[in-house]
Design a protein around this ligand. Structure first.
Ligand code: NAD
Length: 458
């Protein structure tokens, strides 16, 4: 049987390997999930939560080990990987605390013997398919929320981070989760297709819009529901009346954290022309102070996840330069022996950009920031919305009225004002346009994972 190697993107070495799942492995994993569903879905919620609490404790105990696997497999700086693992505990705590209220039946009316109420019931087996950029937190979020509501899971992690997926399932086993509730299969898109082709009742997918669209079409033919969290090319609008230092701080983080490999990263910045140059100068200064290198050392940038992503990024930057973009900083791979074997790319700022360039038309999943000036608010809105995506958008201004008005114009599932730290466990996350269907997280996210039944008794 074939094996899938996990490659360290910092030096090309093999970190470990897993067996690639065959069609019959996927079918068996599905059968296990289906078989235990009646028992699991009728297990009292408090009991399901006990397993989840034990899982959260184990995550805490193994946080260094988990962070190490993240860094080894996808190159995220170790300190950021530790942050990713810490965030999982918070997410789990939210679900176990707030979940029971959100899933509580709702009485509409009660009169004498009569009653009208709404109850929430699990779908059945959920296919969970995830990407590599948050290889521990994204799967955990989806799996925990699904098993909390009573679904069982057929899980396929990214082919670039199989060991993270394996570790998650090992921890479920360690805490005694009944066999079959969470089942893992390994491989690339072919195995992902096999998961979608099983008779799963529901799919939770995070990944590119291209694959999301394919899954959406298949789900349509099968008549099953899916929640799709997809790509983005989030804009930021920076107005002349903003606090410039704070805007630069926020937008540095918004574009460059996780080496630019974040769905809701700000991938296009539009700056009011009167402050374009001071903004640009400060951003260049900030980027020039950052360190790139071995992600287990004290660096700001590790490598990109794979050679494929590096090649894609290089081709997008090349296209921009050929069409007249100016490289303000970066624009190429770093020089030096220590970088040769890894997928490193220097943090980059481009100006003189236009909408014919791929860096503005496509999602750019790496540390490259195109900055463009705008003359007035109307032009700014047009440029922000000139994209197939609609995941998030950011506004930087000291005028609250202007910001509030702008929230109505921006086509995005999340609009943040004067901050990039918009993530909240209570808030629904998801996109407009090709950035997704449905929401994840909070009350609205949890309710996506259940069927709604209305019961009426006279
Ligand atoms: P991808 O779409 O290539 O792969 C995602 C997952 O789908 C992987 O497990 C892959 O093996 C699987 N897959 C590939 N082809 C498939 C198919 N035909 N059928 C079923 N499964 C298939 O995406 P990626 O490169 O792993 O991740 C990067 C993308 O994910 C970016 O576009 C990013 O914006 C997006 N993303 C979105 C969010 C969000 O919440 N909106 C979060 C993180 C990442």
């Amino acid at each position: 049987m074939g094996r899938l190697n996990s490659i360290n993107p910092a030096d090309g070495s093999v970190v470990g390997s897993v067996k690639i799942s065959t069609k019959s492995d996927v079918a068996n994993a599905f059968k296990k999930a289906k078989k235990i569903f009646p028992l699991w879905s009728r297990t009292p919620l408090e009991e399901r939560i006990e397993y989840i609490d034990k899982f959260a404790e184990e995550i805490q105990k193994q946080k260094e080990e988990l962070a190490k696997i993240i860094t080894l497999e996808m190159g995220k700086p170790y300190k950021e990987a530790l942050g990713e693992v810490a965030g999982c505990r918070e997410t789990i705590r939210y679900y176990t605390k707030k979940g029971p209220d959100i899933l509580q039946e709702e009485i509409i009316s009660k009169e004498n013997a009569g009653e009208r109420k709404i109850v929430f019931e699990p779908w059945g087996v959920c296919g969970v398919i995830t990407p590599w950029n948050y290889p521990i937190s994204l799967p955990i979020n989806k799996i925990i929320s699904n098993i909390l509501v009573g679904n069982t899971v057929l899980f396929k992690p990214s082919e670039y981070t199989p060991l993270c997926g394996q570790k998650i399932v090992e921890i479920f086993k360690k805490v005694g989760l009944p066999e079959g509730v969470v089942n893992v299969v390994f491989g690339d898109g072919k195995v992902g297709k096999m998961v979608v082709d099983t008779p799963v009742n529901f799919i939770c997918f995070t990944g590119s819009s291209k694959v999301g669209q394919e899954i959406y079409q298949k789900c349509g033919r099968k008549f099953i529901k899916c929640v799709l969290e997809l790509g983005g090319s989030s804009p930021a609008l920076v107005f002349a009346d903003t606090d410039l230092n704070s805007a630069v701080e926020n937008l540095y983080w918004a574009r460059f954290s996780n080496c630019g490999q974040v769905c809701c990263a700000v991938k296009r910045v539009f700056v009011e022309d009167s402050i374009f140059h001071p903004f640009l100068e400060r951003m260049i200064e900030k980027v020039s102070q950052k360190k790139i290198g071995d992600p287990f050392t004290d660096v700001d940038f590790g490598p990109l996840v794979s050679k494929k992503q590096l090649d894609l990024l290089v081709s997008q930057v090349k296209d921009a330069i050929q069409k007249g973009a100016k490289v303000e900083i970066g624009g190429k791979r770093p020089e030096g022996r220590e970088y040769r074997k890894g997928n490193f790319f220097l943090p980059t700022i481009l100006t003189n950009v236009n909408f014919k360039m791929r860096v503005l038309k496509e999602e750019v999943f790496g540390p490259v920031l195109p900055i463009m000036p705008f003359k007035n608010i109307g032009e700014a809105i047009k440029m922000a919305n000139k994209t197939q995506y609609g995941l998030s958008a950011e506004i930087y201004t000291s005028d609250p009225k202007k910001a509030e008005e702008l929230t109505k114009d921006l086509q995005a599932g999340v609009v943040a004002i004067n901050t990039h730290s918009f993530f909240s466990r209570e808030a629904p996350f998801g996109g407009y346009k090709k950035s997704g269907i449905g929401r994840e997280g909070g009350k609205y996210g949890l309710r996506e994972l259940v069927q709604i039944k209305y019961i009426c008794r006279e």
